[in-house]
Design a protein around this ligand. Structure first.
Ligand SMILES: Cc1ncc(COP(=O)(O)O)c(C=O)c1O
Length: 354
């Protein structure tokens, strides 16, 4: 991916206009095709964005709702969802999906959602894997439990790239993700996948630079339909070297194998959780079950502020983060760049923290 970015950057620096004229359309088409293959969707159901946050902002801002319609979300969602909904305005209700993350169950979560849906609810805005706790929501089961009229929108960033599923078959109507996290794609890339029938319920905010959109501007009567995903993809001059290199990230993922990536992430997270659960100074908050978690692992260390813990781990070249929520935890994200031996090293370091 890094080599692809470098190669494209070099070409653009040498001849920006020539490179765009010759390569922009086919390279972007290759990105849509690779993303379609990975998501299990069609390329015209996909919009390209710069990040999860941009995708959520565009999607929620563009929703076509009537006065009185309500959006349902949870108190456990991330800033990017809450703030996108606040900025769009209108009625938003937040519910708690589970009381304690470590003992959350599919039943508890699905019934909390089902109970909260009213005749006014038109949109359900949730997050696949909670970056606050590591809980992975049972999206398939939630989708089955809600009425068809409710548009189910999911921030998928912490499952995208580490789960072995076609996100287009999860049951939600929209899935939004950045591609720089678990997919190890270029910084500044992301996407929105939307079910074909769902796209009609939202509209674009930023003008698309798709050739068909520009033709329509030149000749409004010309019958040139712009596919919904491409109409939603923000136009303007982008960091094209990053966008085009996204095809290499999907290619890398395919070469390693989606099932192998998911299995490796699952086994490292399981090893880490098992080790943490044995430590007397640690309270593990992420569910032990892989059915309700993914790669994120969140915990507390007795008597130690999460920021101090993360700083002290960093001094030992062990990278953790502090969850950016009102109640914050220490968080690890073991992934395919890690080994079981590194997990053991991290566990030893945490055991020694006081
Ligand atoms: C659940 C969740 N959604 C969205 C984001 C933001 O992603 P991006 O940087 O791709 O906008 C994060 C974290 O950074 C996150 O944890």
């Amino acid at each position: 991916v890094a080599a692809a970015i470098e190669g494209f950057r070099h070409e653009l620096d040498r001849d920006p206009e020539g490179t765009l004229l010759e390569h922009q359309a086919p390279r972007e088409a290759a990105v849509y095709e690779a993303a379609a293959a990975y998501t299990g969707g069609a390329s015209d159901e996909l919009a390209l964005t710069d990040s999860t946050t941009m995708g959520l902002g565009l999607l929620y801002r563009g929703l076509k709702l009537s006065p009185g319609d309500e959006i349902l979300t949870s108190t456990q969602d991330f800033y990017s969802t809450h703030e996108s909904l606040r900025l769009r305005g209108g009625a938003v209700r937040k519910i708690q999906l589970y009381r304690r993350p470590e003992s959350a169950s599919t039943d508890e979560i699905v019934s909390a959602v089902a109970r909260a849906i009213t005749s006014k609810t038109r949109v359900l805005a949730l997050t696949w894997v909670h970056s606050s706790t590591g809980v992975r929501l049972p999206i398939v089961e939630i989708a089955k439990a809600i009425p068809d009229r409710v548009l189910f929108c999911v921030d998928g960033v912490h499952g995208f790239g580490n789960q072995d599923v076609d996100v287009a078959r999860l049951g939600c109507d929209f899935l939004v993700s950045g591609c720089h996290k678990w997919l190890f794609g270029p910084r500044g890339t992301g996407l929105i996948w939307g079910r074909r029938s769902a796209w009609a319920r939202t509209s674009a905010t930023i003008p698309s630079f798709d050739g068909r959109a520009i033709l329509r501007w030149l000749d409004p009567l010309g019958p040139v339909p712009v596919p919904p995903g491409q109409a939603m993809t923000p136009g303007g001059f982008h960091s094209f070297e990053h966008r085009w290199a996204l095809a290499a990230a999907f290619g890398f993922n395919k070469a390693v194998g989606r099932a192998r990536i998911a299995e490796r992430t699952r086994s490292l997270a399981t090893q880490l959780k098992a080790g943490l659960a044995e430590l007397k100074n640690v309270t593990l908050h992420t569910p032990r079950s892989p059915d309700l978690s993914a790669g994120l692992v969140c915990f507390e260390i007795a008597g130690l502020d999460p920021r101090d813990a993360v700083d002290r781990l960093k001094q030992q070249r062990i990278l953790a983060s502090v969850t950016p929520y009102a109640t914050s935890y220490v968080r690890f994200g073991p992934s395919i760049v890690n080994t079981p031996a590194e997990v053991e090293t991290a566990l030893r370091a945490i055991r020694a923290l006081k």
